[in-house]
Design a binder for this molecule. Structure first.
Ligand SMILES: [Fe+2]
Length: 155
């Protein structure tokens, strides 16, 4: 039985479950980045304040793309923080002001996200869901590059 966009219903439902986890992860990650953007102190303020803004703007776009992919697959995107906190593995970061600590948390959060993205990529391949597959493929290569740069910053 196929859905409107020609994907096996059962496989689409499995993808929706994992995409909702990714959505929850991105929502909490987004809020972590906002907190870092606001609370960062010290000599690297201008550099990191701007970098965190760039990263949360990117997360903002991805959040909408993931939610709309879920809808395209005929699922319902999670949209309450109660549900996000239940679904996510990302920990809320509170009152972090040290630049290096912020970047360490961002690296950790991206590492969690990229594992989910790879899982969804393989499920999408199995479902012959090119739309989700290419979305995840883009996210993975972008996340890999960002992880390399942030990790270099920490050395
Ligand atoms: Fe701002």
């Amino acid at each position: 039985m196929k859905n409107l966009v020609g994907i096996e219903r059962e496989k689409a439902e499995k993808l929706v479950v994992e995409l909702n986890v990714l959505l929850a992860d991105y929502e909490i990650f987004y809020q972590n980045l906002r907190g870092f953007h606001w609370n960062i102190k010290g000599k690297e303020f201008f550099e990191l304040h701007g970098k965190f803004e760039e990263l949360y703007n990117d997360a903002f776009v991805k959040i909408d793309e993931i939610a709309e992919r879920i809808l395209t697959l005929e699922g319902e995107p999670l949209h309450t923080y109660t549900d996000y906190l239940k679904a996510t593995e990302i920990k809320e970061a509170k009152s972090v002001t040290d630049g290096e600590k912020c970047v360490e948390i961002v690296v950790k959060n991206f590492s969690t996200l990229i594992v989910k993205e790879r899982l969804i990529l393989s499920l999408a391949a199995d479902a012959e869901d090119e739309g989700t597959l290419s979305l995840m493929s883009d996210y993975i290569s972008e996340t890999e590059k960002t992880l390399w740069m942030l990790n270099s910053y920490l050395k």
